[in-house]
Write a protein that binds this ligand. Structure first.
Ligand code: UDP
Length: 214
């Protein structure tokens, strides 16, 4: 991505939603064998980032770093650096689905939903099927507590993903777990794109009301 803004040690991509979506679509259509992943920092993540070397490493290897909230935009502006708009993960995912649906014949999108409490991703999948018929949810999985420390469990998750080879892996494990998990396993994730997007699966399932726009 061309235009980056340094803020609190993070390197943010100064892009608008359509540009971010265009980039994701390009990666889906042009896989190059690796899993490119997206992180969407808000202020809490920026604070965590300062002391967390693992998270800092995960951010370095991220292919897109998108400002999730207005406070991040405001902080950038105070420092004289411009990020054109916020691109929260919870908007990015529906916008990507919308794009796939609008171009359904040329862009059928296969997604895997990883994370959220048991049953939530399946409810999200049902809502996605109804709202965006061009999007196929080819897998869902809610990992048990502490799964990230269990090698057998990690291998099983990677196998589930590899068995269906989605275009996009939606990862909703909360920060920093989702960023660390994707970073650690990025060489084995059989998807061209992974999106680390917090509670987005809950939103898609209608489980949680969205935060107010401000
Ligand atoms: N979550 C999960 N496994 C875990 C921890 C969290 O699936 O071990 C899910 C949780 O159910 C919720 C999401 O991760 O769907 C966390 O969303 P939150 O908005 O808290 O994300 P954050 O703001 O921390 O990125």
């Amino acid at each position: 991505m061309s235009n980056t803004v340094r803020l609190f040690g993070m390197k943010l991509d100064a892009v608008r939603m359509p540009e971010a979506i265009g980039q994701l679509v390009h990666w889906v259509h042009n896989p190059d064998g690796r899993c490119r992943y997206v992180v969407t920092p808000n202020v809490d993540h920026a604070v965590m980032f300062q002391e967390h070397i693992g998270l800092q490493r995960a951010y370095i290897d991220a292919s897109l770093v998108l400002a999730d909230g207005f406070p991040v935009l405001a902080a950038a502006r105070l420092l004289g650096r411009k990020i054109p708009e916020r691109v929260p993960g919870s908007d990015l995912v529906p916008a990507l689905f919308e794009m796939a649906n609008a171009k359904s014949t040329s862009f059928p999108l296969r997604v895997f939903l990883l994370g959220a409490a048991p049953g939530v991703a399946d409810r999200a999948a049902e809502n996605i099927r109804q709202r965006w018929p061009a999007v196929s949810v080819v897998g869902t999985y809610s990992p048990p507590l502490g799964f990230e420390k269990n090698q057998r469990e990690n291998a099983a998750i990677l196998e589930r993903i590899a068995a269906v080879r989605p275009d996009v892996l939606v990862v909703g494990l909360g920060a920093p777990k989702q960023e660390l998990w994707v970073h650690t396993h990025r060489q084995q994730i059989a998807a061209p794109v992974a999106l680390c997007v917090g509670a987005t699966i809950d939103f898609l399932a209608g489980e949680k009301p969205r935060a107010p726009i401000w």
